[in-house]
Design a protein around this ligand. Structure first.
Ligand code: 5AD
Length: 356
């Protein structure tokens, strides 16, 4: 029984490595439900029963990177490539706005066509038309100057998963032209510039150990991101990790709860990868302490092609009727989907990261 560790985590918002290891690797069902209860309690104190929604728009699946786990990596010549036009992106946003979305996440591979000019134009146009909306970018590693330009154009938030906080492990998931150091540098720059910044990792990625996860947790403690994206690893058939087992939903949920208790004000999405393997319309994620859901607003042709992993769930919440089903599902567990930007309720901490 490890209830005392959950209590200690709730009190101190941290645990030593040995206790963290015990909590992550050994809890029985009873402890897990207690952990989730404490995570809901922590979320409730900051966000009440509110669930924030973000409209996800997958703007391009071209990518110059070759991450070994990812279905849209450059080397996958079976991936059918697409890139949305400015008009298509605007249409998705107009439609999402009518449905009640007030945050739009523009996500894509590292596509050379996503120039600063293209992005600043779209960000500027959307922010002028809808001044009550937030824009989140999730388009990978860029230069400091580019991050500044996009921020100045009106982008509010940036998601860039660190993927793993162990540089050796990072090297097993990525080719040599990518580096953990650069990923962290980008995250620090984003935060310093003033973005609400999100990092995150896959649970159960190839070669991941419990010690790797503890390192991820330590990174999150130091970086204090505004958002943390966590999902199980799911193999993609056209990658070298095709035959690896998918990550465990139970472990993913446990780590979500731990992160929520450690940083009660963090924005924690119940992710598409979790939904893909659990399939209960995000109820379990919310019950583990998540407070954000990101329905997919991409056009149908894009949704099929933005395949990061096998059988990616398409949430079914991307039209008006889907959204009302999601609302009903949340109400059935005592939560409410709210319309609004859904900002992180933590005062911004700029430029505090000397040696993350
Ligand atoms: N399984 C689960 N998540 C994946 N991602 C990429 N490939 C996979 C996969 N096979 C995640 C990465 C990336 C995010 C956009 O999707 O963490 O940062």
């Amino acid at each position: 029984m490890y209830r005392h560790l959950v209590d200690e985590l709730s009190c101190r918002h941290t645990l030593c490595d040995a206790d963290m290891r015990k909590l992550i690797s050994n809890t029985d069902d009873c402890d897990v439900s207690y952990l989730m209860e404490k995570a809901r309690e922590a979320a409730g104190k900051v966000y009440g029963k509110d669930i924030y929604i973000r409209g996800l728009i997958e703007i391009s699946n071209y990518c110059r990177n070759n991450c070994y786990y990812c279905g849209i990596r450059r080397g996958n010549d079976r991936a059918e490539r697409y890139r949305l036009t400015m008009a298509e992106i605007r249409e998705c946003i107009d439609y999402g706005y009518q449905l009640g979305f007030r945050t739009f996440v523009l996500q894509g591979g590292e596509d050379a066509a996503l120039t600063d000019d293209f992005l600043t134009e779209i960000i500027g146009a959307v922010k002028t038309q809808y001044d009550d909306c937030a824009i989140t970018l999730s388009i990978g590693e860029r230069t400091y100057d580019s991050y500044v330009r996009l921020y100045d154009a009106g982008a509010d938030r940036y998601l860039l998963r660190h993927e793993t906080a162990d540089s050796g492990h990072y090297g097993k998931l990525h080719p040599a032209d990518m580096s953990y150091e650069n990923r962290i540098k980008c995250l620090m720059q984003l935060k310093e510039i003033g973005y609400q910044t999100g990092c995150g990792m896959m649970i159960g990625s190839p070669y991941q150990t419990v010690d790797n996860i503890i390192k991820d947790i330590r990174l999150i403690e130091r970086l204090k991101p505004h958002m943390v994206g966590l999902g199980p690893f799911i193999p993609h058939k056209d990658t070298q990790f095709a035959d690896y087992a998918e990550g465990s939903a139970a472990l993913t949920l446990k780590i979500m709860s731990v992160i929520r208790i450690m940083q009660p004000d963090v924005l924690l999405p119940s992710t598409t990868a979790l939904e893909t393997i659990v399939g209960d319309a995000h109820k379990t994620g919310i019950l583990a302490g998540c407070n954000v859901i990101m329905p997919n607003l991409s056009p149908e042709h894009a949704k099929e092609k933005y395949m990061l992993y096998n059988n990616k769930a398409v949430s079914g919440s991307e039209d008006a009727s889907g959204l009302s089903v999601l609302r009903a599902n949340m109400e059935s567990i005592g939560y409410n989907i709210v319309t609004g930007r859904g900002d992180c309720k933590r005062p911004g901490v700029k430029g505090m990261l000397q040696d993350v």
